[in-house]
Design a protein around this ligand. Structure first.
Ligand code: NAD
Length: 369
């Protein structure tokens, strides 16, 4: 991949790229503001030792699509800070505050939490420059992982998709890879609608029971800091075994690229509901489509978190955030599935077309500046 930033540019963006280096402090960061036609860009601040500028470019575009497809008054952006997120707290605070000071003038970018940063980091940034989303509750934040914004939105997307293929949610078999913030709340919301959770996994392993696992018991284990393999009932297996479990809805909610050309044939499901970002490679997604498996695009189905962040930014309450997540995800999922059928394309192609059409429409009403 080229290191020339112009190689990432097209008609949509990026609008601005900022490279920050403060060698004496050990701060090295890149901010990409991809497109602001729909409004100031919202996008996470990722801190990782191996973070790259290329990642920031790709993720910023993904946020442009996600925010536009969700119908939010926000464009897309992303930052990466190169550093170990587990560094000592005072060092991390210095770096995060210096990063905030460096982006003070980039007023069309609103930072949010991502891998390696959390609501405390966002509180520090807001303290420095007066803007950030994903803030601590004490300063007006809505704790989106605690309330399950993304999982609840993903369950809404699954509800729409299952109705679309004539699969009743009551009794539908669900397998969830990754029982963290997204996976737990998805399982809980679907179980509440009568679905049967037949397998879940985390980094330590998987637990499988075709008759259905006790979701409340699994949630309690995770609350105590345990692993799903501590669950008393069901069969224990390697983490990867969750891919082979026959189910109706398979939910990747852990890592990118978990379904690839080499393992896509192992999936035995009707729907793949993408909670994680890019959990299925493009090749594997086409293979699923060819087999008649409905793959719900990540940036439509997992937009609950950013919808919640947008409601927080505009001063809304937790109740408004959850209602907005449900309403927007249902409407957008419905439209993507209808467009995909009408145009004979994959749901992802339909989702990208929907997002681009919204960004271009917004660009037409913006004054050049
Ligand atoms: P999390 O850290 O709370 O949970 C991740 C879970 O995945 C953990 O239980 C971990 O044990 C498990 N895991 C990791 N590797 C695994 C593997 N190889 N096999 C099985 N389990 C594994 O993270 P999260 O916030 O739930 O996010 C999950 C994914 O969803 C990430 O890709 C994230 O980028 C994406 N996402 C999250 C949000 C959000 O609002 N939290 C929004 C959009 C997308």
């Amino acid at each position: 991949m080229s290191h020339d930033p112009f190689s990432f540019a097209d008609a949509l963006g990026p609008a601005k790229v900022l490279h920050v280096q403060l060698a004496e402090l050990g701060l090295k960061a890149v901010v990409v503001v991809d497109n602001t036609a729909c409004g100031p860009a919202i996008g996470g601040v990722r801190m990782a030792a191996d973070a790259t500028a290329e990642e920031a470019f790709r993720l910023a575009r993904a946020m442009t699509y996600k925010n536009a497809a969700a119908g939010l008054p926000h464009g897309g952006g992303k930052s990466v800070i190169v550093g170990d997120p587990r560094m000592a707290a005072p060092a991390k605070e210095r770096i995060v505050r210096a990063f905030a000071a460096a982006i003070a003038g980039l007023t069309d970018y609103i930072p949010g939490p991502d891998m390696g940063t959390d609501e405390h980091c966002m509180g520090l940034i807001a303290d420095e420059i007066g803007r950030a989303v994903g803030l601590p509750r004490e300063i007006g934040g809505i704790p989106l992982d605690e309330i399950g914004a993304t999982g609840i939105g993903l369950a809404a997307a699954i509800d729409v998709a299952s109705a679309d293929i004539g699969l009743p949610l009551r009794g539908a078999r669900i397998a969830v890879q990754g029982f963290g913030a997204v996976g737990k709340h998805t399982a809980k919301a679907l179980a509440a609608r009568g679905a049967v959770v037949v397998a879940v996994s985390d980094t330590r392993g998987a637990v499988v029971d075709p008759a259905g696992l006790d979701v409340d018991a699994l949630l309690a284990i995770k609350d105590r800091g345990g692993s799903v393999i501590d669950h008393r009932a069901g069969r224990r297996a390697e983490a990867d075994a969750v891919i082979d479990v026959p189910c109706d809805v398979w939910v990747p909610a852990a890592r990118p690229d978990v379904i690839r050309k080499d393992n896509v044939d192992r999936l035995n499901t009707k729907i793949v509901a993408q909670g994680a970002n890019i959990p299925v490679t493009a090749e594997a997604e086409h293979a699923l489509h060819a087999r008649g498996v409905l793959a719900l695009p990540d940036f439509i189905a997992n937009a609950g978190g950013v919808i919640c962040a947008s409601v927080e930014y505009h001063g809304g309450t937790e109740a408004v955030a959850l209602a907005t997540v449900d309403e927007k995800i249902r409407r957008n999922m419905r439209q993507v599935l209808d467009d995909a059928k009408r145009n004979g394309v994959t749901p992802r192609a339909a989702a990208i077309a929907l997002a681009e059409q919204r960004v271009r429409a917004a660009m037409r009403v913006r004054r050049w500046r």
